[in-house]
Each structure stands twice: as C-alpha cells, then as structure tokens.
Design a protein around this ligand. Structure first.
Ligand SMILES: Nc1ncnc2c1ncn2[C@@H]1O[C@H](COP(=O)(O)OP(=O)(O)OP(=O)(O)O)[C@@H](O)[C@H]1O
Length: 249
C-alpha cells in the first residue's frame, strides 16, 4: 500500500504546486492521476519516486516513511518501486536483454558490473519476463531497432525484473499511437492482475485513464478535487478538475 498524506510542495517562484495532497493506492489497484497541464502531476510523481523532496507531508510505502528513510531502508523501499516513462529511458544501443538486466546493476559487485556478469539465474529471469511482455523473439535485438510499443514493453520488463509491488507509470502511452497505447495499457492491466502489482499512472489521456483505472485522483492547481472510482467522474467532476472558461472549480 502507498499512502500519501498532506503532501505539499512549492518551488521558489511557484508556490503551492502541491497543497496538502492525500490519497491511498491500495494493494493491487490501478490508480490514475488526472488533471490539466500544470496541476502538479509530474511533481507528485517525482516525489513518489524519490527524485524530488516534498516540503511537508508524508509518503508511506507499506509502513516505511519514504522521505525520512535512509541507507538500507531507503534502498529496500526503492526495490519495491518500478518506474516507466513516456520516453522509455532505455539504452538504445544495448539489446532488450541487456536493458532488462540493467535493473540488477545496484545489487551486483563492481567487478560483476564491469564484466557484465549477471549470472545464469538473472539471465533466465530476464528472458522469462521478456517472454511475459510479448518480446520472446526480440531478446537480442538492439533497442534502437524496436518500435515505440516494443520499447515500452522492454521498459516494463526492466521494471518487473526487481519484482516491484508498485509500478509508477509517467505518461506511459503519450509517445505511442492510440492502438499501441491501448496494447501497452492492456499489458499493464495484465501485469496488475497476474502479479498483484499496484499501478499508479500519471496521464493526460482522460478516456484511457477512465477505461483502465479502478481509482481516479483529480488534481487541480495542486489540490485533490476528486478521489473516487471512474464511474463517479461526472461532467460536474470534470469541470472541477479541468475547470471551465471563467468558472472556478
Ligand atoms: N523544478 C521546477 N522548478 C520550478 N517550477 C517547477 C518545477 N517543476 C515544476 N514546476 C512548476 O510546477 C507546476 C506544476 O508542474 P507539473 O509539471 O508538476 O504539472 P503537470 O500537471 O505534470 O503538467 P503537465 O501535464 O503539463 O506535465 C508548474 O507551474 C511548473 O512550472
């Protein structure tokens, strides 16, 4: 479970990018954070994956306060979080296998890293996960020769390599055509079901967010203005989240 409590964040010239944001991502749930440009979605995502610090509030992964965790405890939490991005963040000249194995670099000795020795168990696991995401025939293909959808599958496989309990997906289909985007969301949904992983997606795509999620968080100017199931997202709720010309939500 991921629990966000009263999270606030300002930047020097941008006050209240996030203001007392609270919500819970339950185990095995697919949650989407939606909101207009500038609502604070990316900032929230960066706080949840440890790339940004909040000013106040708390992020609990299980029972561990993420912000104050240090050393081994912090690394243990980070191991439970998998992340995928809009632009995939892969090593283009390396193969799909190599990219997936790279997820294990933090747990290898320096010598093993330098020699690229991942060991047979990790090699078998990486190959099995690449099969799971539908890339059984692309294991040794350099990523630069893969399509966008295939690259996102490699990124998902890399995230799964460390058996995360939470998958943070930052605009995972924004760079893909609509058909491929749905295929990637189908895969995320399958991963959620088969592995019991919780998915937190940050997306501009309202239609897909509503179609694939169990739980929606609506952000407007850094505040949570909706927290509920997708079928409770009415026009009035959308007006609150996205605003209407001249109408303050
Ligand atoms: N590092 C930063 N320094 C200063 N201001 C920032 C920084 N990061 C974000 N902001 C500001 O915080 C606000 C929220 O930005 P954020 O990227 O979190 O919104 P968003 O909802 O993800 O928007 P989009 O959907 O357009 O990506 C914006 O006004 C942005 O300019």
């Amino acid at each position: 479970m991921l629990q966000v409590s009263l999270l606030s964040k300002s930047f020097p010239r941008v006050p209240q990018v996030l203001h007392e944001v609270s919500f819970t991502l339950r185990d095995g749930e697919f949650l989407s954070v939606i909101g207009p440009s500038g609502a604070g979605k990316t900032t929230l995502f960066r706080i949840l994956n440890g790339m940004e610090r909040c000013d106040s509030g708390q992020v609990l992964y299980g029972s561990v306060p993420f912000q104050s965790a240090v050393g081994q405890q912090k690394r243990a939490v980070q191991r439970t979080i998998g992340t995928i991005y809009q632009d995939f963040c892969l090593v283009e000249n390396s193969t799909a296998m190599q990219n997936v194995l790279n997820a294990c670099l933090p747990e290898l000795s320096l010598a093993a890293v330098l020699l690229g020795r991942f060991g047979p168990a990790r090699m078998r696991k990486a190959a099995a996960i690449l099969r799971e995401v539908g890339l059984e025939d692309k294991l040794e293909e350099p990523v630069k020769r893969l399509s966008g959808g295939q690259k996102q599958r490699v990124a998902i496989a890399r995230a799964l390599m460390r058996d995360p309990s939470v998958l943070l997906a930052d605009e995972p289909v924004a760079s893909l055509d609509p058909v491929t985007g749905r295929q990637i969301l189908d895969l995320l949904k399958e991963v959620q079901r088969s592995r019991g992983v919780s998915v937190l997606m940050n997306s501009h795509n309202l239609e897909l967010s509503l179609a694939y999620s169990d739980h929606i968080i609506g952000l407007h100017r850094g505040r949570v203005v909706f927290d509920g199931p997708p079928d409770a997202v009415t026009d009035a709720v959308l007006a609150r989240i996205y605003g209407q010309a001249g109408v303050e939500p």
